[in-house]
Ligand binder design. Structure first.
Ligand code: M6R
Length: 613
């Protein structure tokens, strides 16, 4: 939530700042602003609305070699010009941008007002600008020292970046429970919420630890803890290319990312089976004895990642015979969960920064559980605070709606399930190898679905006027139904709900309205285990009899009765079906959103990385 970028170097700062903000707009897009460091005076411009509004208002921009920029997802104070960042002190010489929440801002504000500061916004952030201003004076103009002292009195989660007109080439940043990375250029340096902001300029990055303060000039980078003790930076190389963060000819990032799924799945699967048929998953960092003594797995995640967790339950319980509980991360830490050292907690997160998941992780860790992260973002907070991490290889996911990250998360949980099953002797090496080899066919099968996507896009547009769309699934198709509904809600703003087929008759069937012919999308379970396909066939008849228009997602060759439309997906192992069945649902939500004129990549009220609780 909120994108932050800072630049100091030989070039005109406006270009890297606006470019960086464009790349970070997925993090929040209800207002944007910049502060440019010209000697003795800051140039500040900020506007409600998307980055375009800011750009259009930038007519006479002074040449500046440094600056900070912000794209906002509002927490405190609505999306107005005055609440947009940067916020300045009463001298107009110090500017600060912020991602997160300052929980004690009201107390700070009261103290600062009593000292004569006047406030001009409704934000929590402005109190930091005034506080820093006072502390900078106290520290003889040292902005870094001021930042160190300020942070000691702040509660909450935050990334803060500040600049002062008296030292315009100096940018100071700090992070607590919120991301900030440093980009190391040649005679220029950057800081940003995400490497995407500066990937075009440098691939050398530094990860900043909790409560560390970084001070940048064009040629120096200094990092300290809050007591001013120097910290040796951990440098790393960014492995993905700038083109990965561009649309590459697609109308939207989401569509591009849907089409990147075969590669993302293949990359996450690659080289995971040894010649002697063992799943290679060293990153799990558990000994065979530890795996054998596992009593329970708890998955914590939010939104789409939570659906990957639900899929994990079906696969891991089936293969490894370990009980799996799946928890919505935001609820988890408000209970007294029963966990011990024989519990493995799996935290799933694309961004690695989701605050609800991070807080649940810390709660589980404090209770003695071992934490394994599944994450798509290198060196982000969740993997850093976990005992072990399996990185998914989806590449940068820019669209707010998660697509390729989900499919790779599902692959990761399958690999975990197979590994645990093998070590616990619940599956033979041959069975594991067969399942792995079947997984290797999934990228080609996704490809097949995407090659024949045009008729689906045309069909989808027929449902663009619906007020409600329901999704039905059974067994491992149930989380797929939930995911289909979530995508539609977030992208097309249509009332959508996913149900387990068997639950229909316990209430939800009342939602079927014969007058508007409520569309129902049913995912037909694969194979014949427990005759689930027949049970779903009955559910289809039940909704049809009450006036629903039914679309069925079914495997090639499966017998479908009662559907107005059938979307075919390739045959696969029943437990792998979510990887294939999810794809048409992503396309369905995308196409309806386009038809309804929604902003697909930046849906209203949302942000990609949810760094507040
Ligand atoms: O970065 P994370 O995977 O932790 O994010 C979790 C959810 O916020 C995310 O999956 C969200 O539900 C997506 N926008 C859904 O498409």
């Amino acid at each position: 939530m909120c994108g932050i970028v800072g630049y100091t170097g030989p070039h005109n700062a406006i270009t890297p700042l606006i470019e960086g903000l464009r790349r970070l707009e997925y993090r929040g897009y209800d207002s944007a602003g910049i502060a440019l460091g010209t000697p003795n005076k800051l140039f500040i411009e900020k506007r409600a609305g998307k980055l375009n509004n800011l750009e259009q208002s930038l007519s006479s921009i002074p040449t500046a070699r440094s600056g900070i920029g912000h794209t906002r997802w509002a927490t405190h104070g609505g999306p107005t010009d005055s609440n947009a960042h940067p916020h300045v002190d009463n001298d107009g010489k110090l500017a600060v941008i912020h991602n997160g929440i300052i929980e004690n801002y009201a107390e700070l504000k009261a103290v600062l007002e009593s000292k004569g500061h006047t406030f001009s916004s409704d934000t929590d952030t402005e109190s930091v600008a005034h506080l820093l201003s006072d502390l900078r004076k106290k520290h003889g103009g040292d902005l870094s020292a001021a930042m160190r002292e300020a942070v000691k009195s702040l509660r909450g989660s935050f990334t803060l970046v500040a600049i002062h007109a008296d030292t315009p080439d100096v940018i100071v940043g700090v992070r607590r429970n919120s991301p900030l990375v440093v980009g190391l250029g040649k005679n220029e340096n950057f800081m940003a919420s995400d490497v995407a902001a500066f990937i075009e300029h440098t691939k050398r990055a530094i990860e900043l630890g909790q409560d560390q303060v970084v001070t940048l000039t064009p040629t120096t980078v200094s990092i300290t803890d809050l007591d001013g003790k120097t910290v040796t930076p951990k440098e790393y190389e960014i492995t993905w290319d700038a083109s990965a963060a561009q649309k590459g000819g697609f109308a939207h990032f989401m569509l591009k990312e849907i089409f990147e799924q075969p590669k993302a799945v293949a990359d996450t699967l690659i080289a995971r089976l040894s010649d002697n048929k063992q799943i290679v998953l060293d990153e799990i960092a558990l000994t065979a004895a530890e795996i054998k003594s596992l009593e329970k797995i708890v998955v914590i995640a939010c939104g789409t990642a939570y659906h990957a967790g639900m899929i994990a339950k079906y696969a891991i319980e089936k293969w490894a015979k370990i009980s799996v509980e799946v928890e919505i991360a935001s609820e988890y830490r408000y209970r007294d969960p029963i966990i011990n050292k024989n519990t493995l907690v799996i935290a799933i997160s694309q961004s690695g920064e989701t605050m609800d998941t991070l807080m649940a992780l810390r709660h589980a860790k404090a209770a003695g559980a071992r934490i394994l992260a599944i994450c798509n973002t290198n060196s982000s907070t969740i993997p850093r605070e976990s005992d072990a991490v399996i990185y998914t290889h989806a590449g940068p996911e820019i669209a707010v709606a998660s697509t390729k990250a989900l499919l790779t998360q599902i692959v990761a949980v399958y690999l975990i399930g197979l590994h645990l099953a093998q070590v616990r002797s619940q599956l033979t090496d041959d069975q594991v190898a067969d399942l792995y080899n079947e997984m290797l066919e999934l990228p080609g099968k996704i490809e097949q679905i995407l090659e024949t996507v045009e008729p689906l896009r045309a069909l989808t547009r027929k449902f663009a006027d619906a007020n409600t769309i329901l999704f039905l699934g059974r067994n491992i198709g149930y989380p797929v139904a939930l995911e289909g509904a979530l995508k539609l809600k977030e992208l097309a703003y249509i009332h959508a709900e996913g149900f387990a087929g068997g639950e229909l008759k316990h209430g939800p069937i009342a939602l079927i309205d014969s007058v508007s012919a409520t569309p129902v999308i049913a995912i037909l379970p694969a194979g014949h285990e427990h005759s689930l396909d027949e049970k779903m066939a009955s559910n289809i008849q039940e909704v049809k009899a009450r006036g629903a228009r039914v679309i069925v997602i079914a495997e090639e060759g499966a017998n479908v009765v009662g559907a107005e439309y059938v979307i075919r997906i390739p045959v696969t192992n029943p437990l792998f079906q979510p990887i294939l069945a999810t794809v048409p649902l992503q396309v369905f939500a995308y196409e309806i959103a386009v038809a309804r004129g929604s902003d697909v990549d930046q849906p209203r009220n949302l942000a990609k990385s949810v760094t507040v609780e």
